[in-house]
Write a protein that binds this ligand. Structure first.
Ligand SMILES: Nc1ncnc2c1ncn2[C@@H]1O[C@H](COP(=O)(O)OP(=O)(O)OP(=O)(O)O)[C@@H](O)[C@H]1O
Ligand SMILES: [Mg+2]
Length: 329
């Protein structure tokens, strides 16, 4: 049984102008200890997907279809108390903005001890020892001193380390991290990612890492899910996706990576932009931006085609596979 199974997840926003679907047919699994990246441009639905796993989608958004099973349990059937327990104990979330997690008026120690004592029957003394140990694990220097500081006394990078320490506090089996380093300097970003990778690996913690950066996905994850306009358009082993992307959108994201660009050259951005939810084109949502667009792409939504270990939602890829199979037979 997979640790997390998301099946045909659909999320709707009931807006005044009418209902729009922010996610459709999103399916993927995370095994124990597996690191999965969700990637796509702004507006693809990455955060909506992350928040809906934890039932944190807020009005006017709601889960309108599909299933989310965690350790075999259907999360949509849980009471809000049971859900809160899972959110605290089994699944941790790291947000983009550290201040969404850190309380500015409490010291690190106060908030960590409070969190531990809310979930475990331990003394303040014991909780403090665990908190210091977690701060040590994320390489906070002199953790027994730092623990009495307030969040504003720390640098951005240190704060994000504390966030990771808090995420690990209750020994979760899954961490969901939504753009955990975008608020940081580029040099510090790589360090924090390395740390997150190291800690997930050594503690066998599963990770769902949300990012718009395929470079980060390739550094940290084993499986990659590429989203466009609320749907998964390609998914499979990260290595295959990076080395042999099939979907023209994924290829575009890879060509836009800085290392694919010669010094002094402009980044190879994909022309055009992600459609808004109210204006998702018929057929394949990527068709207006696709250089390989065919008539069928404007009319029919492509289903998934297998390609190696990947699944790709693209008419061109399907036609190519069919042709290759015919020639082989
Ligand atoms: N509360 C909301 N009400 C209405 N629409 C929303 C709401 N939250 C998100 N959306 C819409 O859902 C779509 C997906 O948003 P989401 O935040 O998941 O994108 P994202 O992939 O995380 O982008 P980014 O990289 O910018 O964080 C967007 O079109 C957004 O406008
Ligand atoms: Mg987001």
């Amino acid at each position: 049984m997979a640790l997390l199974e998301v099946e045909n997840l659909e999320v709707t926003f009931g807006l005044r102008q009418g209902a729009v679907k922010a996610l459709r047919d999103v399916s993927f699994t995370v095994e124990r200890g597996e690191r999965v990246g969700i990637v796509g441009e702004s507006g693809a639905g990455k955060s909506v997907a992350a928040f809906s796993i934890l039932n944190l989608i807020s009005r006017p958004g709601y889960i309108s279809g599909g299933q989310i099973r965690f350790e075999g349990q259907d999360l949509s059937k849980l009471s809000s108390d049971a859900m809160r327990e899972i959110r605290g104990n089994r699944i941790a979330m790291i947000f983009q903005d550290p201040m969404m997690t850190l309380n500015p008026v409490l010291t690190l120690g106060q908030q960590m001890v409070e969190c531990l004592k809310a979930h475990r029957k331990i003394s303040t003394q014991e909780a403090r020892l665990i908190a210091v140990e977690k701060l040590r694990q994320v390489h906070i220097p002199s953790p027994e001193k730092r623990i009495d500081q307030y969040p504003h006394e720390l640098s951005g990078g240190m704060r994000q380390r504390v966030i990771i320490a808090i995420a690990l506090l209750l020994d979760p089996v899954l961490i969901i991290a939504d753009e955990p380093t975008t608020a940081l300097d580029v040099t510090i970003q790589a360090e924090i990612m390395e740390l997150l990778l190291e800690l997930c690996e050594s503690n066998n913690v599963g990770l769902v890492l949300i990012t718009h950066d395929l470079g980060v996905v390739s550094q940290v994850t084993q499986k990659a899910i590429v989203m466009y306009a609320g749907r998964v358009i390609e998914q499979g082993p990260t290595k295959e996706i990076i080395n042999d992307a099939q979907h023209p959108y994924t290829q575009g994201l890879i060509n836009a990576l800085p290392q694919q660009t010669l010094p002094g050259q402009r980044l190879n951005q994909i022309p055009g932009s992600m459609p808004s939810l109210q204006n998702i084109p018929a057929g394949c949502a990527f068709n207006p931006r696709c250089e390989f667009v065919m008539d069928v792409c404007k009319q029919t939504l492509p289903g998934f085609t297998r390609s190696g270990g990947c699944q790709v939602a693209c008419h061109m890829v399907r036609e190519m596979k069919e042709k290759a199979a015919q020639e082989a037979s």
